[in-house]
Write a protein that binds this ligand. Structure first.
Ligand code: 5GP
Ligand code: MG
Ligand code: MG
Length: 182
Protein backbone atom coordinates (compact mmCIF):
# COMPACT_ATOMS: atom_id res chain seq x y z
CA UNK A 1 0.00 0.00 0.00
CA UNK A 2 1.61 3.24 -1.12
CA UNK A 3 1.15 6.37 0.98
CA UNK A 4 -0.83 9.05 -0.78
CA UNK A 5 0.63 12.52 -1.21
CA UNK A 6 -1.46 14.99 0.85
CA UNK A 7 -2.16 17.14 -2.27
CA UNK A 8 -3.59 14.21 -4.22
CA UNK A 9 -7.36 13.77 -4.27
CA UNK A 10 -7.48 10.43 -6.02
CA UNK A 11 -5.28 7.93 -7.77
CA UNK A 12 -6.27 6.97 -11.32
CA UNK A 13 -3.48 4.50 -12.06
CA UNK A 14 -1.47 2.76 -9.34
CA UNK A 15 2.14 1.63 -9.56
CA UNK A 16 0.84 -1.88 -10.19
CA UNK A 17 -1.48 -0.70 -13.00
CA UNK A 18 1.44 1.15 -14.59
CA UNK A 19 3.79 -1.84 -14.37
CA UNK A 20 1.22 -4.01 -16.14
CA UNK A 21 0.65 -1.42 -18.89
CA UNK A 22 4.40 -0.99 -19.50
CA UNK A 23 4.95 -4.74 -19.64
CA UNK A 24 2.19 -5.15 -22.24
CA UNK A 25 3.46 -2.27 -24.41
CA UNK A 26 7.06 -3.48 -24.17
CA UNK A 27 6.13 -6.98 -25.30
CA UNK A 28 4.15 -5.65 -28.29
CA UNK A 29 6.90 -3.24 -29.34
CA UNK A 30 9.51 -6.00 -28.99
CA UNK A 31 7.45 -8.17 -31.33
CA UNK A 32 6.74 -5.42 -33.88
CA UNK A 33 10.31 -4.10 -34.10
CA UNK A 34 12.25 -7.40 -34.32
CA UNK A 35 15.07 -6.96 -36.83
CA UNK A 36 14.35 -3.23 -37.24
CA UNK A 37 16.48 -0.22 -36.39
CA UNK A 38 14.39 1.17 -33.54
CA UNK A 39 15.00 4.63 -32.09
CA UNK A 40 12.91 5.71 -29.10
CA UNK A 41 12.47 9.46 -28.85
CA UNK A 42 11.03 11.03 -25.71
CA UNK A 43 9.95 14.61 -25.34
CA UNK A 44 11.35 16.23 -22.23
CA UNK A 45 10.45 16.39 -19.45
CA UNK A 46 7.13 14.60 -18.89
CA UNK A 47 7.91 11.43 -20.84
CA UNK A 48 11.18 10.70 -19.01
CA UNK A 49 9.71 8.36 -16.39
CA UNK A 50 7.69 6.39 -18.94
CA UNK A 51 10.72 6.21 -21.25
CA UNK A 52 12.87 4.79 -18.43
CA UNK A 53 10.37 2.04 -17.74
CA UNK A 54 9.38 1.30 -21.34
CA UNK A 55 12.92 0.93 -22.67
CA UNK A 56 13.62 -1.74 -20.05
CA UNK A 57 10.49 -3.63 -21.13
CA UNK A 58 11.70 -3.72 -24.75
CA UNK A 59 13.81 -6.72 -25.67
CA UNK A 60 15.13 -5.83 -29.11
CA UNK A 61 17.92 -3.58 -30.37
CA UNK A 62 17.08 0.07 -29.75
CA UNK A 63 18.64 3.48 -29.32
CA UNK A 64 17.20 6.36 -27.32
CA UNK A 65 17.27 10.11 -27.74
CA UNK A 66 15.49 13.16 -26.36
CA UNK A 67 14.02 16.41 -27.59
CA UNK A 68 12.92 19.47 -25.67
CA UNK A 69 10.28 21.78 -27.06
CA UNK A 70 8.56 24.91 -25.92
CA UNK A 71 5.05 25.90 -26.91
CA UNK A 72 4.48 29.34 -28.29
CA UNK A 73 1.74 31.52 -26.93
CA UNK A 74 0.23 31.67 -23.49
CA UNK A 75 -2.64 29.97 -21.74
CA UNK A 76 -3.11 26.35 -20.86
CA UNK A 77 -4.34 25.28 -24.29
CA UNK A 78 -1.89 23.77 -26.72
CA UNK A 79 -1.21 26.08 -29.69
CA UNK A 80 0.48 23.38 -31.73
CA UNK A 81 3.30 25.73 -32.65
CA UNK A 82 6.46 24.63 -30.95
CA UNK A 83 10.02 25.77 -30.81
CA UNK A 84 12.77 23.14 -30.54
CA UNK A 85 14.91 23.89 -27.49
CA UNK A 86 16.97 20.73 -27.69
CA UNK A 87 17.18 18.76 -30.90
CA UNK A 88 18.10 15.10 -31.40
CA UNK A 89 21.74 14.13 -31.20
CA UNK A 90 21.35 11.15 -33.52
CA UNK A 91 20.47 10.92 -37.20
CA UNK A 92 17.12 9.21 -37.76
CA UNK A 93 17.40 8.96 -41.55
CA UNK A 94 16.31 5.45 -42.59
CA UNK A 95 15.59 4.35 -39.01
CA UNK A 96 12.40 3.20 -37.28
CA UNK A 97 11.35 6.00 -34.98
CA UNK A 98 8.94 5.60 -32.09
CA UNK A 99 8.01 8.76 -30.21
CA UNK A 100 7.42 8.08 -26.52
CA UNK A 101 4.86 10.45 -24.99
CA UNK A 102 3.44 10.91 -21.52
CA UNK A 103 -0.03 12.10 -22.44
CA UNK A 104 -1.87 12.81 -25.67
CA UNK A 105 -4.52 15.48 -25.31
CA UNK A 106 -5.19 17.64 -28.40
CA UNK A 107 -2.19 16.06 -30.12
CA UNK A 108 -1.24 19.43 -31.64
CA UNK A 109 2.25 19.49 -30.13
CA UNK A 110 2.95 16.00 -31.39
CA UNK A 111 1.52 16.70 -34.83
CA UNK A 112 3.96 19.53 -35.29
CA UNK A 113 6.83 17.42 -34.00
CA UNK A 114 5.96 14.52 -36.30
CA UNK A 115 5.97 16.80 -39.32
CA UNK A 116 9.41 18.00 -38.32
CA UNK A 117 10.72 14.45 -37.77
CA UNK A 118 9.15 13.14 -40.98
CA UNK A 119 11.19 15.70 -42.96
CA UNK A 120 14.34 13.85 -41.79
CA UNK A 121 13.19 10.72 -43.68
CA UNK A 122 12.91 7.99 -41.05
CA UNK A 123 11.98 4.51 -42.38
CA UNK A 124 8.90 4.67 -40.12
CA UNK A 125 7.46 7.09 -37.59
CA UNK A 126 4.98 6.05 -34.90
CA UNK A 127 3.78 7.19 -31.49
CA UNK A 128 3.54 5.36 -28.17
CA UNK A 129 1.64 7.36 -25.57
CA UNK A 130 1.18 6.31 -21.98
CA UNK A 131 -2.13 8.18 -21.54
CA UNK A 132 -4.72 9.15 -24.13
CA UNK A 133 -7.51 11.58 -23.30
CA UNK A 134 -9.69 10.40 -26.16
CA UNK A 135 -12.99 11.48 -24.72
CA UNK A 136 -16.31 11.82 -26.54
CA UNK A 137 -16.45 14.75 -28.92
CA UNK A 138 -12.70 15.37 -28.80
CA UNK A 139 -10.56 14.31 -31.72
CA UNK A 140 -6.79 14.17 -31.33
CA UNK A 141 -4.73 15.53 -34.23
CA UNK A 142 -2.79 12.29 -34.42
CA UNK A 143 -3.48 8.59 -34.09
CA UNK A 144 -1.02 6.78 -31.79
CA UNK A 145 0.04 3.23 -32.71
CA UNK A 146 0.47 2.26 -29.05
CA UNK A 147 -1.67 3.46 -26.15
CA UNK A 148 -0.99 2.61 -22.52
CA UNK A 149 -4.42 3.48 -21.26
CA UNK A 150 -7.31 5.81 -21.89
CA UNK A 151 -7.61 8.63 -19.42
CA UNK A 152 -10.51 10.82 -18.30
CA UNK A 153 -10.41 14.43 -19.47
CA UNK A 154 -8.95 15.71 -16.21
CA UNK A 155 -5.63 17.33 -15.39
CA UNK A 156 -3.44 14.54 -14.06
CA UNK A 157 -0.06 14.52 -12.33
CA UNK A 158 2.57 11.96 -11.38
CA UNK A 159 4.65 9.40 -13.27
CA UNK A 160 6.51 12.24 -14.99
CA UNK A 161 3.56 14.63 -15.31
CA UNK A 162 3.76 17.94 -13.47
CA UNK A 163 1.75 20.79 -12.16
CA UNK A 164 4.09 23.83 -12.02
CA UNK A 165 7.06 21.43 -12.19
CA UNK A 166 5.92 19.52 -9.10
CA UNK A 167 4.61 15.96 -8.60
CA UNK A 168 6.61 14.41 -11.45
CA UNK A 169 8.18 12.03 -8.93
CA UNK A 170 4.92 10.47 -7.73
CA UNK A 171 5.01 6.77 -8.67
CA UNK A 172 1.31 6.79 -9.60
CA UNK A 173 -0.99 8.96 -11.76
CA UNK A 174 -3.52 11.02 -9.86
CA UNK A 175 -5.68 14.13 -9.68
CA UNK A 176 -4.84 17.01 -7.33
CA UNK A 177 -7.20 18.45 -4.72
CA UNK A 178 -8.90 21.64 -6.01
CA UNK A 179 -7.35 23.77 -3.24
CA UNK A 180 -3.86 23.03 -4.62
CA UNK A 181 -4.69 25.24 -7.64
CA UNK A 182 -6.10 28.07 -5.51
P1 5GP B 1 -1.47 18.36 -26.56
O1 5GP B 1 -0.63 19.09 -27.57
O2 5GP B 1 -1.65 16.87 -26.87
O3 5GP B 1 -2.79 19.02 -26.26
O4 5GP B 1 -0.71 18.51 -25.18
C1 5GP B 1 0.21 17.61 -24.78
C2 5GP B 1 1.06 18.12 -23.65
O5 5GP B 1 0.32 18.93 -22.70
C3 5GP B 1 1.58 16.93 -22.88
O6 5GP B 1 2.76 16.43 -23.43
C4 5GP B 1 1.72 17.51 -21.49
O7 5GP B 1 2.96 18.14 -21.36
C5 5GP B 1 0.60 18.54 -21.39
N1 5GP B 1 -0.61 17.95 -20.77
C6 5GP B 1 -1.76 17.60 -21.38
N2 5GP B 1 -2.64 17.07 -20.51
C7 5GP B 1 -2.02 17.07 -19.30
C8 5GP B 1 -2.40 16.62 -17.99
O8 5GP B 1 -3.50 16.12 -17.71
N3 5GP B 1 -1.48 16.78 -17.01
C9 5GP B 1 -0.25 17.32 -17.21
N4 5GP B 1 0.56 17.41 -16.16
N5 5GP B 1 0.17 17.74 -18.44
C10 5GP B 1 -0.73 17.62 -19.47
MG1 MG C 1 4.51 15.31 -23.35
MG1 MG D 1 3.91 20.22 -17.89
Amino acid sequence: METLHPDVEKVLFTEEDIAEIVKRLGAKITEDYQGKDLVLIAVLRGAVVFMGDLMRAIDTKCAIDFMAVSSYGNGVKSSGIVRIIKDLDIDINGRDVLIVEDVLDSGLTLKYLMKNLASRHPASLEVCTFLWKDVEGKQAAIDPKYVGTHCPDEFVVGYGLDYAERYRNLPYVGVLKPEVYA
